[in-house]
Write a new protein. Structure first.
Length: 728
């Protein structure tokens, strides 16, 4: 039987290196499947134990220049990434500081204001101040260039390293000959521009890891452990072992997975599986960490080891989905890889040919000019800046872009899958209908139910009390007297014992929507009446679905709720009944996402949606989403309703236009400048100026570009005429 495990890879810096390591692992005997994910610095490997082992895999990783961690701890990886970010920031500061001095000296030399021996000494000083930039701030770039050769995946690091070293070596040779013609400023400029792009990359990687760390922190940090005498002790969740008894108080969030030993209550499990109705539990029933205890205290016997709870497994599922959906190389990366293979060869060929005709010195100058001119700094900086500009614009219109790498999928999506409860709906039910049994009136039924639910914070209880207040039933006790009885919640009203519980079916006289949830109200254990409750649809839901469908996107609905309310919401939003599925587990949602067609979006709000979001090409969390879900999503809606989906899609399209324009400009620049450098019409100095001008021009174009505006109005009937989606 094949073994399968997720490993952390320490020292993984770039997407090119991730693909190189993936190819090297795939070539090893016994490796059946492998996916290396750059953003989370992890590798998912499946192997035949008879032909390979963890030790063999680790040796391959070490030989490639990395270290493998068998049991990745996302928090530890995140800490290392934060340390890397600080290190990069320091390197960038060093590059900028010393690079400015190198540039100042070079400007004085280029202007001709310094002549003779003074010029030579100034040139030497320029080289000295460039050393901290090249071999200090740029040391990792040089190391990654060597590693890319070892992995046979040359990229930006190799091209820039060759340009840096070539500039320094030619400058040192000129100094040795007594000449003041040096190009140290070119070397410092190349290092600085690449470091700037790398700092932005680390910011993106940190957001990707936040998803798993946030999910691990979604549960309570402590649990109330019961000793043999019945006393409680607050202890960290990690210290609760299987078989130990834990007290789960009313209103508290379950910290362990286990079986109810004593008591009975209702649990709000919507955040775990999307089920809108409270789950009734009694002795012998299971409780999962993350569920909210609504009514009465429970004694739970833990039946899972720390780290093996359902919520922990969901966190592991997210990590696996993130790696499993490793994206293919984007256009920028493919261009950089192509340049990494051919530009050094072209520079070497130029140097050899010119050296044979015009001498070694001219050959070296021509070859260096080609290297410097073709250095893809614009690719390294302009595209991340386009993503950064999109993220800044997103923050101004109530969005958060966590993973810019998902923007192409968002712009070109073919499928969009929506969760129901809390996503298409607001997650705030309200009373739709009150039916009274013989001998009672509807106001009496509502008032009795409101008193029975007083003091309980579940959304259904809040909806009942809110309806009673609107109808003038001011006698509701705000402190509450609810207790747990055999038939659900019980309370007092006018001397009667009132019970409220889920009705097994709608009452015979009921008229209304099949999606309504019915509660039965009993007075002194006799039928008193029924309440129908329904979640409220997001006002923008139907309009968003209609717009996506008009744009050719297939819209589906996947929910953990029952089939009837799912079909009702699908009908109200215009989603085809065959594309709406109820009763789905988190794993089933993730499986549905993988089925495609892709590119695919998933829009959700609960922890139960997190694995599907991680598996999707682009996951979007709504404003009312759980914090762990917001961290998992590639794009988060921070304010407003579902119209944010269209705002994000329009912004993604704008970002892609900027990226395509940058890539086109970079290729056009290379097509013009490289032949000039090969023919000797461009010196290394001119090449450095041209390369810098190209990078600065692209940066300016990105910063001056005007992103699209946000939606001003969106209703169930559709979009207003000034919709941003129409402009995209």
């Amino acid at each position: 039987m094949a073994a399968r495990q997720l490993f952390a890879i320490d020292g993984l810096w770039c997407g090119n290196c991730a693909r190189g390591l993936e190819n090297r692992l795939r070539a090893q005997p016994g490796i059946e499947q492998v996916a290396v994910h750059f953003l989370t610095a992890s590798a998912l490997v499946q192997w035949d134990p008879a032909l390979s082992s963890r030790q063999a895999i680790a040796s391959v990783v070490r030989a490639a220049g990395y270290s493998m961690i068998e049991r990745p701890q996302p928090a530890a990886i995140l800490q290392r990434l934060q340390d890397t970010g600080r290190n990069l920031g320091m390197r960038l500061a060093i590059a900028v500081f010393f690079g400015m001095w190198a540039m100042a000296g070079s400007i004085a030399l280029y202007s001709g204001s310094v002549q003779g021996q003074a010029a030579w000494w100034l040139a030497a000083a320029t080289g000295i101040v460039a050393l901290p930039v090249v071999f200090g701030a740029g040391s990792d770039i040089l190391r990654m260039a060597v590693r890319s050769l070892r992995l046979r995946t040359p990229g930006i690091d190799l091209v820039i390293s060759l340009g840096v070293l070539g500039s320094c070596l030619l400058s040192a040779w000129n100094l040795w000959r007594g000449s003041s013609h040096v190009y140290f400023d070119t070397a410092t400029m190349l290092v600085t521009l690449l470091l700037l792009g790398r700092v932005i990359e680390v910011m993106v990687r940190r957001r990707a890891l936040d998803a798993i760390v946030a999910l691990q922190a979604a549960d309570n940090e402590t649990a109330l452990r019961l000793d043999e005498g019945g006393a409680t002790h607050a202890v960290p969740v990690a210290q609760v072992q299987r078989g130990e008894r834990v007290l789960l108080r009313a209103g508290a969030v379950a910290a362990v997975d286990g079986v109810v030993e004593q008591g009975g209550s209702r649990l709000d499990v919507a955040i775990l599986n999307g089920e809108s109705q409270p789950q009734v539990v009694r002795e012998g029933d299971r409780v999962s960490a993350g569920a909210v205890n609504l009514d009465s205290a429970l004694v739970v016997v833990s039946d899972r080891e720390p780290g093996d709870r359902d919520i922990d497994r969901m966190g592991g599922r997210i990590a696996l989905e993130l790696v499993a959906r490793q994206p293919t190389a984007d256009t920028q990366t493919r261009i950089a890889e192509w340049l990494g293979r051919w530009i050094p060869a072209l520079a070497a060929l130029t140097a050899v040919v010119v050296a044979l005709v015009l001498g070694i010195e001219r050959g070296l100058l021509h070859g260096l000019a080609v290297l410097v001119a073709a250095c893809p700094c614009a690719l390294a900086v302009a595209t991340p800046l386009a993503h950064l500009q999109a993220a800044i614009r997103a923050s101004r219109i109530g969005l958060r872009i966590v993973d810019p790498g998902s923007l192409p999928a968002l712009a070109q999506a073919r499928t969009a899958i929506f969760d129901k409860t809390g996503t298409l709906t607001l997650g705030r039910p309200q009373v739709e209908q009150v039916l009274a049994a013989d001998g009672w009136t509807t106001p009496q039924v509502l008032a009795a139910a409101a008193n029975a639910e007083a003091g309980i914070e579940h959304p259904l209880a809040q909806a009942i009390r809110s309806a009673a207040t609107r109808q003038g039933q001011a006698e509701v006790d705000p402190l509450g007297n609810a207790v747990r009885g055999e038939r659900g919640v019980q309370g007092q009203w006018q001397g009667h014992v009132i019970g409220v519980s889920a009705a097994p079916q709608a009452p015979p006289a009921a008229e209304g929507n099949i999606a309504w949830s019915w509660l039965q109200v009993r007075c002194d254990d006799q039928p008193m009446g029924w309440l129908a409750l329904a979640d409220q649809l997001d006002p923008a839901a139907a309009g968003v679905v209609a717009r996506l469908q008009r744009e050719g996107v297939t819209v589906q609905l996947a929910s953990g709720d029952a089939e009837a309310p799912v079909q009702a919401i699908a009908n109200r939003t215009g989603i085809d009944a065959t594309a709406a599925r109820g009763g789905m587990t988190p794993a089933q949602k993730a499986d549905l996402v993988r089925e495609g067609p892709h590119p695919l979006l998933f829009v959700g709000d609960g922890i139960n949606d997190a694995p599907a979001m991680a598996a999707a090409d682009c996951g979007i969390s709504v404003a009312r989403a759980h914090p762990a879900t917001q961290a998992t999503a590639a794009v988060g809606i921070l304010q407003g309703g579902l119209e944010g989906v269209l705002d994000a899609r329009a912004l993604a399209r704008w970002s892609q236009r900027m990226v395509r324009r940058n890539l086109g400009a970079a290729l056009g620049y290379n097509a013009v400048i490289v032949p000039l450098a090969m023919l000797g019409w461009l010196t290394p100095l001119g090449a450095a100026v041209a390369m810098t001008a190209s990078s600065l021009t692209q940066i300016a174009l990105v910063l001056l570009a005007r992103p699209p505006q946000a939606h001003m109005a969106l209703t169930a009937e559709g979009l207003s005429s000034h919709s941003v989606a129409g402009q995209a």
